[in-house]
Design a protein around this ligand. Structure first.
Ligand code: AMP
Length: 289
């Protein structure tokens, strides 16, 4: 019996020039290309995006780049987990075709002078308030990834829900011909959303962490059943704080614009969004109502 063919590692390119050369043949053949942008330290959440990309396009490019411009001065840029060999093994198993892994100097060479400054869903008092400049860095790097790869589709996780809305808006506003797709959040059995930052959690912090998803679920159910959103949110805020978290926000927002709800407004589709710190680790999560 023939042995199952072992998958070969995807090609890794580090410069935009090499990336474009690697893509040229696929483009000539008009093979639809999907891009999955990541910061590495890959887990099953990232791999689910690669799986969706493989279903949606002929060729899958994954970028791995810990983007310095989206980290604040007191954030975890230098200690962010970097696990390149394990990432490449996972991408091999997932069937990615090409990995773009630039050095910071390739993306931000000396003299780099053009940062994007998104507003709209990037200026609604959620992560933008607690991570000033974060979405400038995200929008800038993703725009550069889009113009470098020129993918037909790009897949992002709903996990970073505000980021997804910022990128959809940015692609629309800049007429970038990329279809931006949001993918479901992959969770641990106990509900904790997978995140590269979960490795920072101590055992007791890890044990407390599922409260975020529990509160999201209970609150979405109560609001859907007609309870006053602010009352429900206050109850959830208290529960998260009593589990040992320092809460940045727990809000119900318009699912598209992320704007605050106004009493006059007909009830839009709602999204619950939460961000909270336990010890040194900041976790985010969200859920549709
Ligand atoms: P990151 O490497 O954290 O920048 O994430 C890269 C992409 O993976 C982003 O689009 C994230 O939203 C997505 N992602 C991260 N965690 C999850 C998860 N648990 N489920 C689904 N997508 C995720």
């Amino acid at each position: 019996m023939a042995k199952a063919a072992r998958k070969s590692r995807p090609r890794v390119v580090k410069t935009v020039k090499a990336l474009r050369e690697a893509l040229a043949d696929w483009r000539k053949k008009k093979a639809p290309i999907a891009l999955v942008p990541t910061m590495g330290a890959l887990h099953s959440g990232h791999i689910s995006l690669v799986a969706l990309a493989k279903k949606s396009a002929k060729k899958v490019v994954v970028s791995i780049f810990v983007n310095p411009t989206q980290f604040g001065p007191n954030e975890d840029f230098s200690r962010y987990p970097r696990t390149i060999e394990a990432d490449l093994d996972k991408l091999t198993a997932a069937g990615a075709d090409l990995v773009f892994m630039p050095d910071p100097k390739e993306i931000y060479p000396d003299g780099f002078s053009t940062m994007l400054k998104p507003t709209g869903p990037a200026a609604v008092g959620l992560d933008d308030k607690f991570r000033p400049g974060h979405f400038d860095g995200v929008a800038t790097v993703v725009a550069k990834l889009f113009t470098s790869v020129m993918p037909d589709i790009a897949i992002f996780g709903n996990k970073d829900y505000q980021q997804l809305q910022v990128i959809k808006t940015m692609a629309r506003d800049l007429h970038l011909p990329v279809k931006v797709i949001g993918a479901p959040i992959v969770r641990e059995k106990d509900g904790l959303a997978l995140s590269s930052r979960n490795v920072y959690l101590s055992p007791s912090e890890r044990a407390a962490a599922p409260v975020l998803h529990q509160v999201l679920k209970a609150s979405a159910k109560a609001i859907a059943a007609g309870e006053d959103p602010e009352t429900v949110l206050n109850r959830g805020r208290a529960k998260v704080v009593s589990a040992g978290f320092k809460l940045d926000y727990f809000e119900a927002r318009d699912a598209g614009t992320l704007a605050k709800l106004t009493p006059q407004q007909a009830r839009p589709k709602l999204r619950l969004l939460i961000a909270a710190k336990i010890g040194k680790t900041r976790l985010i999560d969200n859920l549709a109502v």
